[in-house]
Design a binder for this molecule. Structure first.
Ligand code: AGP
Length: 521
């Protein structure tokens, strides 16, 4: 609410420039009662108000940067709801004698199937007389009323056959949400205001321990590579169920980062509780606000992915990796272990990621076609090096989890130490061979595999003209730096796993024997 309690605001999204706005509003005498970015909206409307709430809203939105779906009520016009949309979903429902406003049709599908999807830059006023739609200049706009023919379950899936596929396709938005308001490319800085460590405390840390399970563990492995490079500290990644029984040294110079999508994984929680008891600073990385992990940890950085229903983690994995990169830059800047140039380079790469993810999703049909050729394979090998090693592990986990096919990920350099013995004529080996410092080494490893007559499916960079000489099939992802291409490759593998499982008729969103969050030891 504003200072007078006249306007109440509901907001989905992130106001990126809220800091500047808040500071100048405070200078002009506004009193804030929360730490939220949302509160600036009500104070801005208050400031612009001359007896016309819609006009005040139109003036206020022009000052906002970021993503927002806003709903506002005013004491002076109690029979109206005002709304505005920018890069955050907002949909109006038209019932018999009701109007609805929500971020998703599922919220009102029980009452009406008629909906208007607002577009970026739309403002709506809902009243007893109906809906007035306009652009940010106040000029009337027209939007079609759509008849929604989905049942509730299909609507929740936005027309996708499974939640997993929907969630894979949501990654351009979830990645955008993960970085929104947190990156400054020009200064080369990351702001994670949830982290309460002072710069001095960050400088004092002498080791980082990452704790997680399953997919989150793979995100932790990626975080480890990046932190070792950018933060210059020893970093270990521990499986929650192992760490809780270890005798690891923990002290006030240790920083623990606990990653858990659900924030309810018993093994991760047990390790965190023990660490907190021993006085260690724990940063939780989770997607679920109010989860047990967020309550136990010292600080919590949210992934902002929105709900993930499919048991197989997809959009939350890529968001976890992005959060780990941001933590690495933040710690590196505080400890002076990362140059401003390097920080800006990684930040630029992170900012390009939502768009690159979109380009990868456009490969959906090609990946489906490749997967259809391997639907009946009895096993898969996945190989990669450095950041692409955890990507291989994660891809293998996705395949086994939802299609029940034996699949294993390996560090490509490890093949000759044993796993090569398993290769037979035609065994599918997925090699992640995007551009990186280790590219030539990966190609050598692919040659070892080819020499055993395995079938190589390479994931390579778009501009790579030579990989076809050592591979049977190539899936090309957009060229990108070595920090970002592993995230793109993991999206390829999510789609590959999905289509293998689909082809085999598996219950993709609810695989046998598995639960979305593992709340028992
Ligand atoms: C991922 O697809 C799995 N569902 C599983 O490995 C999961 O990542 C693991 O159980 C950890 O869950 P959390 O991130 O909620 O802690």
């Amino acid at each position: 609410m504003d200072c007078m309690g006249k306007f109440a605001v509901v907001h989905n999204g992130i106001i990126e420039n809220y800091r500047e706005l808040k500071d100048s509003l405070i200078e002009r005498g506004h009193k804030f009662v929360s730490e939220t970015d949302t509160e600036v909206v009500s104070h801005l409307i208050e400031e612009e108000y001359r007896g016309d709430t819609c006009r005040a809203l139109l003036n206020a939105v022009k000052k906002l940067r970021g993503s927002y779906a806003l709903a506002i009520i005013s004491q002076d016009e109690p029979d109206k709801v005002f709304a505005a949309r920018m890069e955050s979903p907002m949909v109006l429902g038209i019932g018999e004698s009701q109007l609805f406003l929500a971020s998703d049709v599922t919220a009102f599908l029980k009452y009406t199937r008629k909906a208007i999807f607002l577009e970026d830059g739309d403002v709506a006023v809902l009243s007893r007389d109906g809906i007035d739609l306009m652009d940010f200049e106040g000029k009337k706009v027209f939007r079609d009323v759509k008849a929604i023919d989905w049942d509730i379950e299909a609507a929740e899936k936005a027309g996708y056959e499974h939640f997993m596929l929907k969630e894979i396709h949501e990654q351009p938005q979830s990645l955008k949400a993960a970085i929104a308001g947190r990156l400054d490319e020009f200064k080369g800085t990351v702001t994670l205001k949830e982290v309460s460590l002072t710069e001095d405390e960050m400088r004092n840390i002498d080791r980082i321990v990452i704790i997680a399970c399953g997919t989150s563990y793979h995100a932790g492995m990626m975080g480890r590579y990046v932190m070792e490079e950018l933060v210059g500290l020893p970093v270990s990644v521990e499986i929650g169920s192992e760490f809780r029984y270890s005798h690891a040294r923990l002290d006030d110079k240790t920083l623990i980062i606990a990653i858990s999508q659900s924030g309810e994984t018993a093994d991760t929680l047990a390790a965190v509780k023990e660490a907190v008891r021993r006085g260690v600073h724990v940063i939780a990385v989770t997607n679920v606000v109010g989860s047990t992990l967020s309550r136990e940890a010292t600080d919590t950085v949210y992934m902002m992915s929105g709900p993930e229903i499919g048991v197989a983690a997809t959009k939350t994995f890529t968001a976890q990796v992005v959060v780990m990169y941001m933590l690495a830059i933040m710690l590196g800047c505080a400890r002076n272990t990362i140059s401003a140039d390097k920080a800006s380079k990684v930040i630029r790469a992170l900012k390009s990621l939502p768009q690159k993810a979109q380009q990868v999703l456009e490969l959906d049909a090609d990946i489906r076609e490749v997967a259809s050729r391997f639907r009946d394979s009895a096993s898969f090998f996945l190989v990669g090096r450095h950041l692409n090693y955890p990507v291989a592990l994660e891809g293998a986990l996705k395949i086994k989890e939802i299609s029940y096919v034996m699949s294993e990920g390996f560090a490509a350099g490890e093949l000759k130490h044993g796993p090569l013995a398993l290769l037979a004529n035609g065994t599918p080996v997925i090699a992640i061979a995007t551009d990186s410092e280790l590219y030539d080494k990966v190609v050598s490893n692919i040659r070892e595999v080819k020499a055993r007559d395995a079938t190589v499916i390479a994931i390579a960079s778009e501009s790579n003209k030579t990989i076809d000489q050592v591979s049977d099939i190539v899936i090309r992802v957009p060229d990108a730096c070595e920090y970002i291409s592993p995230i793109m490759s993991s999206i390829v593998l999510q789609l590959f796993a999905y289509y293998i499982a689909l082809g085999r008729g598996c219950p993709i969103d609810r695989p046998r024997n598995l639960a979305k969050s593992v709340t028992v030891e």
